[in-house]
Design a protein around this ligand. Sequence first.
Ligand SMILES: Nc1ncnc2c1ncn2[C@@H]1O[C@H](COP(=O)(O)OP(=O)(O)O)[C@@H](O)[C@H]1O
Ligand SMILES: [Mg+2]
Length: 328
Amino acid sequence: MPRVMDAFRVEHWRRPHVVVAMGKGGVGKTTVSLRLGLEAAKQGMRVLVASLDPAGHLLEYLGLPGPLREQEVYPGLRAVQYSIEPLAKKVAEEYAVLLRRLAPGLDALGGGDVLRAIREAPGFEEEVFLRVLEGLYQRSDVDLVVVDMPPTGVALRVVALPRLHLFWSQRLREIRERIVSIKYAIANALGRRGELHDPVLSKLEEIEERNRRLHEELTRPERTSFMAVATPEPLPVYEVRVIAEKLRELGTMLEAIVANRVLMERAGSLGLEKVEEEALRRLRELRCSQEPPAGLAVIAHAPRPPSRIEDVEALEDYIVSVERGPCT
Ligand SMILES: Nc1ncnc2c1ncn2[C@@H]1O[C@H](COP(=O)(O)OP(=O)(O)O)[C@@H](O)[C@H]1O
Ligand SMILES: [Mg+2]
C-alpha cells in the first residue's frame, strides 16, 4: 500500500522535524496533513498536527474542544487548531512596550491607538503566524510537527518573513552601531566616560539572531520539509508552481507534492479527462524541477468527503501511487 509519507525523504529527517503543508484553500491541506500525521504515528513517531488555517476546519474534523486546546486524537497523534486572536493581542502588546521604549514620543497617543496601529500594520498577521511556527520548532516532546498553513499567499509571506526581518535588523543594527560609536567618541572627547552598552543595539542584535535561526530552520531540509497539495485543476496547480518558485528563491525546495481528489476513470464521464491529465502532467513536471526531485503522491477522490479521523484512516484505499527519486 502506498503512503503519503513515502513521498518524503524521511531518512534525512532530524527530530523534531517540521512539515509545512501549503496549497490553495479547499484542496485538502487539512485532510492530507492529518493523513501524513496518522501514517507517521502508525510508524511509532510522536506527531503533532497543528493547523494555522483560519478556516478552523480541524476543530470539526476531530471534534476538538476548541482552539488552542491540544488533544490526542489517535495513539501517538496530537492535534491543535490555532486561533490568531489571543496570540495577536499578546504580540501587539509586546510591540507596544518595545515601541514606547524606542520612541517615547508615542506616549502622546493613547495606548489603544498604538495597539490598533500595530494590529492593522501590514504583515502583522504573518508575524503572529511566524511566532506560532517558532514555538512549534521548540517542541521537544514530539518527533514530527505537521503544520497545516493558511492559504498560499499568507503562508509564503510567513516563511519569507525571517529573511526580511533579518535584512532590516542588520541594516538598523549597522546604523545604531554608528550612532553608539559616535556618542562614545564625543563623550570621550568631552572627557566623560563613554557608554558602549546600548539597549536598542542589544534588542536589534536579539531580533537579528532570532530571525537568522528561524530562517536557517526553515531552509534546512533536515529540519523542514515543504509539502504542496493540489487538486488536479489549473488554479491549484498554478499555486504549487508559485510555492516552488518562492521556495527556490528562499534557498530551499518542495520535498513532496500531493495530487488530491484525483477523479481517475471517473474524469472521463465528467468531461474532465483532459483537464486532469494536464494537471497531473504539470505536477509531475514540477516534481522533476526540484533539486533533488520531489516526491509525488496521488490520492483519488473518495466517494464520501472525509470528515472524521476514521475517514482519514480509510483514505488508505484511495492512495493511488507515489513517485519518488530521479526523473527519467
Ligand atoms: N481525497 C479526497 N476525496 C474526497 N474528498 C476529499 C478528499 N480530500 C479532502 N476532501 C474533502 O475536501 C474538502 C476540503 O478538504 P480540507 O482538507 O478541509 O481542505 P483544506 O484544508 O485545503 O481547505 C473537505 O470536505 C474534505 O472532506
Ligand atoms: Mg484546512
